[in-house]
Design a binder for this molecule. Structure first.
Ligand SMILES: Cc1cc2nc3c(=O)[nH]c(=O)nc-3n(C[C@H](O)[C@H](O)[C@H](O)COP(=O)(O)O)c2cc1C
Length: 160
């Protein structure tokens, strides 16, 4: 499913628990009613989709990298996430992702519970994420303009 173009309209998450469950790869296998209401998607549209369906472009990539590294080891991860609704608007949540185990005690998926963010911390998070996004963009530019073999060469020259 195609992700919508973001629009600069916030839909405030006022309270309650927004819950989803995924398989090991992050494919949605369950979403509660509040999650459906906030995301703007129906159950049929959500089930079977990758959770990145609601990924907002303002989220730094490294947040999700850290999240996956953490939960795959069996630990819980908590963080501030800006999510993209089906209509292009956004909402902020604090999400806690915990691993799910089957009867054989094998990791079999993940559960995410979301609560509303604290307003004061959110302002700090927005500034921090903006810096992270800018630094990720710089890194991408460097990767484009400086080929790896050139960097290797430079190092070779420097130590020889
Ligand atoms: C249980 C669970 C819940 C998740 N919830 C969200 C979420 O609310 N928003 C989001 O953008 N990504 C969420 N993710 C992370 C996505 O799977 C994905 O890594 C992220 O959206 C980045 O997408 P990308 O790797 O395609 O850039 C969740 C993952 C899991 C396992």
């Amino acid at each position: 499913m195609q992700r919508p173009a973001p629009i600069d309209i916030e839909m405030k998450f006022e309270g309650g628990n927004m819950i989803t469950e995924t398989d090991l790869k992050g494919k949605i296998i369950y979403a509660n009613r509040l999650f459906m209401e906030m995301s703007g998607y129906s159950k049929d549209e959500l089930i079977g989709q990758p959770h990145s369906l609601i990924r907002h472009p303002d989220m730094p990539k490294c947040c999700f990298r850290t999240m996956w590294e953490t939960v795959k080891t069996g630990e819980a991860w908590e963080g501030y996430v800006k999510n993209l609704r089906k209509d292009g608007a956004y909402y902020w949540v604090v999400v806690t992702v915990t691993p799910k185990y089957n009867e054989e005690k094998e990791l079999c998926g993940f559960i995410a519970v979301r609560k509303p963010p604290g307003e004061i911390t959110l302002e700090e998070i927005k500034a921090k994420y903006q810096q992270m996004i800018e630094s990720e963009a710089c890194q991408r530019e460097e990767n484009i303009f400086i080929p790896e073999d050139f960097i290797a060469n430079e190092e070779f020259i420097a130590v020889s």
